[in-house]
Design a binder for this molecule. Sequence first.
Ligand SMILES: NC(=O)c1ccc[n+]([C@@H]2O[C@H](COP(=O)([O-])OP(=O)(O)OC[C@H]3O[C@@H](n4cnc5c(N)ncnc54)[C@H](O)[C@@H]3O)[C@@H](O)[C@H]2O)c1
Length: 496
Amino acid sequence: MGAGKTSAARAAGAALGARAVDSDHVVEERLGCSIEDYFAAHGERAFRSAEEEAVCELLEHPPSPVLSLGGGAIASERVRSLLAGHTVVLLDVDEETAWRRAGGRRPLARDRSRFAALLAERAPLYDALADAVLLDSSRGVVRHAAPALRALAGAPEGTKLVWATAASGDYPVYVGDGLLGSGFAALEGAGHVVTDRTVGALYGDAVGKGSRVEIEPGETAKTLATAGWVLERLAEAGLDHDGHVIALGGGVVGDLAGFCAAVYQRGVRVVQIPTTLVAQVDSAYGGKTGVDLPQAKNYVGAYHQPSAVLADPLTLRTLPGEELAAGWAEVVKTALIAGGTLWKRVRARAVEPDRDLVLACARAKLAVVAADERDEGARQALNLGHTVGHAIETATGYARYRHGEAVGLGLLAALTLSAQPALREEVAELLAARGLPTRLDPTIDPAAVVAATARDKKRRGGRVGFALVEAPGDVRTGIAVAPDDLRAAVAALETA
Ligand SMILES: NC(=O)c1ccc[n+]([C@@H]2O[C@H](COP(=O)([O-])OP(=O)(O)OC[C@H]3O[C@@H](n4cnc5c(N)ncnc54)[C@H](O)[C@@H]3O)[C@@H](O)[C@H]2O)c1
């Protein structure tokens, strides 16, 4: 209710040259009265049974390629099983917006708390049924997404699509087991693969037979010098605006190749194909690209949204255990920011590094980026744990800790600063259970870490604003922290 199904279906119909059919209208025609009146006279059970009949007929003999379904129709098992033969598109809408649009106007939207409970109850069903999720269905988004929705039919079984939106552009995110090597192509034109030596050997051939540049694996390769070298190789290979870069690998390759794509001939397209947990749950989305300087992390870069993201969770099977562990820090971070079901599942350790986890984290991050692409407000929440995490990486020359390990330690420091001892304890246990460090190596000087936070690129007006946790799902940003408190929080990493 209130997701905008009718107008989105109309737009999808227009994109396909057809007139969309709305199941609520068909039901009303059959009943000979409005849904409200039928509800009032006969109750919900009678309505659901009439709705089930009508919707099943529509799904068995679709009068149009686009059907918009009443919000409650999926409660019927018959409807759910018939939906398996269709591409199901979920319009993701938050409760606030849905209530603003539908509140008070429909039989099941008279009472706010009942409405919220209904949405929460249906959400897991919607998520399970959806082949594609549109995070925003306004302003022509449906028309942009239509080719990707059609392309989904050619992707391996079980592949899901999230249509990402950002101020500077929209793009499809495909998440599916076996996407690599399935021949599923996200873009026309010549792809130039940028990868690292390890990933190139494992997956290079699955991605393409065109040009391939391989950098050294690991964070120490994320430099301007490497970027310069890659740019020259792309020029030698003849990349132009008809072609695109394929960033195949972890966050290091994604950030570096994305940066090269952003500046090469003032910008060519990039397809992100993330192969680590860090990259699949976080770094491949949102368009932040760049390289490190010895002075500070990610100090040179550009916003450059990908043209598409293809995440194949099966690639995580070859990931070394320590790299998988590093990814859990970003999972825990994302869950703390998102709160709700994701946090519930993460704290209950009821998640595995699979399609559903990748999808849930991608959706959580993309919802934030959709609201604030350039870190001017809401997006700063995604830096939770990163101010101290990045400082640890810089202070140790990017060689002592993996990015995810440093973020895990940074999360603990952020929770100390948030005055959340119980949550800090719980998060430390979650990180430790996945094999992540929860103590800073005592040979590292906390003062060097504190000094490195001062160079954080988020500094404004001479001070660094921290992202701190009020509660899971409620992260506050731009918070000033007293120098003594910061020193104490970093020092606590060596003792607590
Ligand atoms: N742009 C963003 O929004 C964003 C967000 C989070 C992190 N990051 C960046 O991501 C980087 C960290 O990324 P990472 O943790 O993926 O590290 P990484 O890219 O260095 O990859 C880790 C290691 O795993 C290997 N590897 C990758 N995929 C593999 C596979 N499927 N099988 C076997 N080995 C594989 C790589 O060769 C590498 O040695 C950091 O530089 C961080 O700043 C960026």
